[in-house]
Design a protein around this ligand. Structure first.
Ligand code: CMC
Length: 432
């Protein structure tokens, strides 16, 4: 079969230029324009990268029109129902589902690395009690590179693997330390006999003064939420990890950059923003007023947890979370939760409104997750930290794929310059 190409007429020279079209396993083809600048002296312009594939990847596939999400080819619905977070983490990193032995060995490695250096805990003393936990997480994850020098040689496969395990293992420990610092309680050490989610809940909620029993409903729901957040192809934080990593910086630094990008309300910060928005709306009677605000172009207010760059259909993760949300609230005896009622009413009204229908704005992963987190006793400002723990295996897998890709080069976009043309410096006393 002959190679597909796209022909572009270069107005500067009148010449026809051919660009190869590369086909993936699924999804849109890409026009390979690597040689465009060399051949024409022109760049492409695509703010927000709406038409740009920044890399090739075999980790995650999304069909935004059909609402499909696959990790390494496996549908998210099947993984959410049948798998566990650590199995998914293995799948993302190694490309295949593990055998029983491989999973056991991976779980052992993760639990072996779940402690943090004792000195690293002192970092938290430098933060004020009301520091945002994402600020603490970002800073402390970045500081891991100051402690684990033996795993920052990006050219050594063993070192990369060790670092990948350390990140997945230590994220909950750092996150829980941030939480305990926030509420002024002593840090709780990880327990290796507990599941990943169970250990995290124990580090968050147990106290030295009283016994703590992990609620299996909370443990299962948290594990599922982590699975649903584990990867999402080239989203803003993952692209940040790849871009930072492309410079050869160490992986802890690259993942810290990812945490910073995740924090924004247009991305992972939306789960916190949804709950704040529901608080602000207050009662079902106020829903139409807030829908009107979201539609008003002179008002910066947006319906948080609604809309997605890629999904132009119901986010498949939101479908699963919505169901889990009902189950968790029922099992915890909170089925009459007024915020769930409010969220459902908001969704119902928005999905019938022309503004949202025309723009294909549906609830996304962040719309219902916060209601579950809150039911588990987690404070609103901590929600994005949970997203970060879930996303860590995805960041790590994408970073590893990038580092080992022979086509990988430093990420260095260009620009359309619209500033002043060259001009001469005017001494201060001669400026009018
Ligand atoms: N409420 C009201 N209007 C919206 C919303 C919203 N949530 N989202 C998009 N629109 C409108 C937007 O004003 C624009 O209208 P028009 O065409 O008239 O100018 C149109 O829909 C397209 O929006 P856009 O901003 O060009 O779309 P985008 O792909 O650049 O942005 C988004 C995607 C997720 C940033 C955006 O939908 C948004 O801000 N949503 C709220 C924040 C949110 O829930 N973020 C979580 C995303 S999912 C998890 C994650 O990635 O972390």
């Amino acid at each position: 079969m002959s190679q597909k190409t796209v022909t572009l007429n270069d107005p500067a020279t009148g010449k026809n230029l051919e660009f190869p079209v590369r086909e993936g396993t699924l999804g849109p083809d890409v026009i390979d324009i690597k040689s465009l600048y060399g051949e024409t002296g022109a760049f492409t312009y695509d703010p927000g990268f709406t038409s740009t594939a920044s890399c090739k990847s075999s980790i995650t596939y999304i069909d935004g029109d059909k609402g499909v999400l696959l990790y390494r080819g496996y549908p998210i619905e099947q993984l959410a129902e049948k798998s566990s977070f650590l199995e998914v983490s293995y799948l993302l990193q190694y490309g295949e589902l593990p055998t029983k032995e491989e999973l056991e060995s991976y779980q052992t490695s993760i639990t072996k690395h779940n402690m943090v250096n004792q000195a690293l805990k002192n970092f938290f003393n430098g933060f004020h009690y009301d520091a945002h936990p994402m600020a603490m997480l970002t800073a402390v994850v970045g500081s891991l590179s100051a402690f684990y020098h033996d795993s920052i040689d990006i050219n050594d496969p063993e070192s990369r693997e060790l670092c990948a395990h350390r990140i997945v293992a230590k994220m909950p420990t750092i996150a829980a330390a941030a939480f305990k610092h926030m509420i002024g309680e002593p840090f709780v050490y990880p327990k290796s006999n507990l599941s990943y989610a169970g250990n995290f809940l124990n580090m968050l909620f147990s106290r030295p003064t009283e016994p703590y029993e992990i609620n299996p409903v909370a443990e299962k729901a948290l594990d599922q939420l982590l699975i649903l957040h584990a990867d999402h192809e080239q989203n803003a934080s993952t692209s940040t990890v790849r871009l930072a990593g492309s410079t050869g910086t160490n992986p802890f630094a690259a993942i810290a950059a990812g945490c910073a990008a995740l924090w924004g309300p247009a991305h992972g910060g939306a789960n916190e923003a949804v709950l704040n928005m529901l608080e602000e709306i207050g009662t079902v009677e106020n829903v139409p007023k807030f829908i009107a605000k979201a539609k008003d172009k002179n008002d910066p207010f947006r319906l948080m947890g609604f809309g997605h760059r890629v999904y132009k259909n119901y986010d498949p993760r939101a479908t699963i979370i919505r169901k889990t949300c009902h189950e968790v609230l029922t099992e915890l005896g909170m089925s009459n939760d007024p915020q769930l009622e409010l969220a459902m009413r908001l969704e119902e009204i928005a999905l019938k409104d022309d503004y949202f229908v025309e723009r294909k704005l549906y609830p996304n992963v962040d719309f219902y997750s916060g209601i579950i987190y809150r039911a588990l006793g987690i404070p609103t400002e901590f929600f994005t930290v949970l997203f970060a723990i879930g996303r860590a295996p995805g960041w790590v897998a994408q970073w590893m794929e990038m580092i080992t890709d022979p086509e990988q080069r430093i990420g260095r976009p260009r620009q359309l310059y619209v500033g002043a043309p060259q001009r001469d410096y005017v001494p201060l006393d001669q400026r009018g």
